[in-house]
Design a protein around this ligand. Structure first.
Ligand code: 3PG
Ligand code: CO
Length: 553
């Protein structure tokens, strides 16, 4: 029968502290001036790279290595941390939705049949990120869903868009809106009353995460549900173009707007009896809205009016909370994660990050599961992030605080594993501010040093890696790798990248003879879990992706 007990590693001892450090958005790319990691002073990461050649390597962090549909899909933190923690590759949200749409199964399952009950009398609302970034949502999936829903009975459809500019180039929202408008026009020509109803920039409207700032969700609620926003327009393309003209405006932070008819009346508030789908497949930035839409008791902001709706998520965003209770596609079931195994084998675990990435080293790491496996053995510490600012203003973020808390956890002797995410490269990289990202990378490097110094003091082991690329490349490039110029200017890349990420192992506790194997050249993030289990003195379960290390006598 099944047992949580892990076999002893034949050569590696137990009881060494292992520090698992994940730099967010820290890939490996050729050095040039748009590689902020290269430009920044990063002596710690440099010394790992230039140290023992068999203790540093690259691993894949994008595409199929992390369960995404194709090799053109950049990595992201959700799938990256899922892979790091699970030690296996699961088909992820984007892929599951593709399959369900392609086979038509999405229209047969419980979630769609539930919302469909509204179609005869009421409107179907679709709320989500308008983007082809493939991180939270994809425009082609929205297009298919619009077609499919109308073919399956929806007669009135309203789309509530959130503009991206974070997983895709800033300014691309105009083109997406034009594609969406064409799709809706086509539906209208078939007699379906289909329109965009509201919009706003993802970072300012709706898509907050980890309860950093409920005001963001409230702004969305007001526009989407109540039909109230400071800006009113006749159509979405005009709305986005006009709002982008304001000084400093960008897609990520567009203010909320509603679309109004000729009488100035909003075309799509959500009312009793309507159906609502949040079409993002990724969880972290949809769970707050999902709570507002689903919970009867809710005190995060005044919803003013709470329509009785049939609500489904594209996926179920939180398996523990069963939120939302209805969903169109079943999420990957990630079980027996490395964290759960290690806790069952007595490994006392500390996890820490600041708010914006806290769920990454806990919820995503643990297979999209909230809470502790065993609160006696685990401690998860969240350091509050600055809120209400863009992180180029404070590029050091809470790196120092994360470093200190983790150092203290190591020196306390209370833990066998400390696990951290250092967010700077990613969060500041997403702002597109190259100078600030350089500062961010330096701060992240300093945090790594603090943790490694503590590891040295207690005779432990460190594993330093990253979840995906971001800060190592800040411009859009052609196939040859040269920056693409538009009107004589480079195009700033706020998104993640397709680059591999480094992984380094070391520390005084690392047994002599441990080195990276040469026979897993295409190793990816999912190979890290077995590696870490080995370093704790265990053999990984058989179905885990193979370890990256070997022990030579
Ligand atoms: C975001 O949600 O901020 C980006 O779309 C993806 O960033 P992450 O995958 O690094 O969290
Ligand atoms: Co990111």
């Amino acid at each position: 029968g099944f047992s949580w007990k892990l076999a002893d590693h034949p050569k590696l001892p137990k009881g060494k502290l292992v520090a698992m450090i994940v730099l967010d958005g820290w890939g490996e790319a050729s050095p040039d001036k748009y590689n902020c990691i290269h430009v920044a002073e990063t002596p710690t990461m440099d010394s790992l790279k230039n140290g023992a050649p068999d203790k540093w390597r690259l691993v894949r962090a994008h595409g199929t290595a992390v369960g995404l549909p194709t090799e053109d899909d950049m990595g992201n933190s959700e799938v990256g941390h899922n892979a790091l923690g699970a030690g296996r590759i699961y088909a992820q949200g984007a892929k599951l939705v593709d399959l369900a749409l392609a086979s038509g199964k999405i229209y047969e399952d419980e979630g769609f049949n539930y919302i469909k009950e509204s179609f005869a009398t009421n409107t179907l609302h679709l709320i989500g990120l308008m983007s082809d970034g493939g991180v939270h949502s994809r425009l082609d999936q929205l297009q298919l869903l619009l077609k499919g829903a109308s073919q399956h009975g929806a007669k009135s459809i309203r789309v509530h868009v959130l503009t991206d500019g974070r997983d895709v180039l800033d300014g691309s929202s105009v083109g997406f809106a034009e594609i969406l408008e064409a799709e809706l026009l086509d539906l209208r020509s078939k007699g379906i009353d289909a329109q965009v109803a509201s919009g706003g920039g993802r970072m300012y409207v709706t898509m907050d995460r980890y309860e950093n700032d409920w005001e963001v969700v409230k702004r969305g609620w007001d526009a989407q549900v109540l039909g109230e926003a400071p800006h009113k327009f006749k159509n979405v393309v005009e709305a986005i173009k006009t709002l982008r003209e304001a000084p400093g405006a960008n897609d990520q932070y567009l203010p909320p707007f509603v679309i109004v008819d000729d009488n100035g009346k909003p075309v799509g508030p959500i009312v009793d009896g309507d159906a609502v789908v949040t079409f993002n497949f990724r969880a972290d930035r949809m769970t707050m809205l999902a709570q507002a839409l689903e919970y009867e008791n809710f005190d995060k902001f005044d919803r003013v009016r709470v329509p009785k709706i049939r609500y489904a998520g594209m996926l179920q965003y939180d398996g523990e909370l069963k939120l939302p209770s209805h969903y169109l596609v079943s999420p990957p079931l990630i079980e027996r994660t490395s964290g759960e195994y290690l806790v069952h084998n007595g490994v006392r675990t500390f996890a820490c990050s600041e708010t914006v990435k806290f769920g990454h080293v806990t919820f995503f790491w643990n297979g999209n599961r909230s809470g502790y496996f065993n609160s006696e053995l685990e401690e998860y510490v969240e350091i509050p992030s600055d809120s209400g600012i863009t992180f180029n203003v404070q590029p050091k973020m809470k790196a120092l605080e994360i470093g200190e808390k983790t150092r203290d956890a190591i020196l306390s002797g209370r833990f066998d594993q400390v696990r951290v995410n250092i967010p700077n490269g990613d969060m500041v990289g997403h702002t597109g501010d190259v100078e600030a990202t350089v500062v961010a990378c330096k701060a992240a490097d300093e945090a790594v040093k603090m943790i490694i110094d503590a590891v040295e003091q207690v005779g432990g082991i460190y594993v330093v890696t990253a979840d995906h690329g971001n800060a190592e490349d800040m411009v859009k490039r052609n196939k040859k790798g040269e920056p693409i110029l538009k009107d004589g200017e480079v195009q700033i890349l706020t998104s993640h990248t397709l680059q591999p990420v480094p992984i380094a192992i070391g520390g005084p506790g690392l047994a002599a003879g441990v080195k990276f194997r040469k026979d897993v050249p295409s190793g990816g993030l999912a190979n890290v879990a077995a590696t870490v289990m080995n370093l704790h003195g265990f053999v990984a379960p058989d179905d885990y992706e193979t370890t990256l290390i070997e022990v030579v006598d």
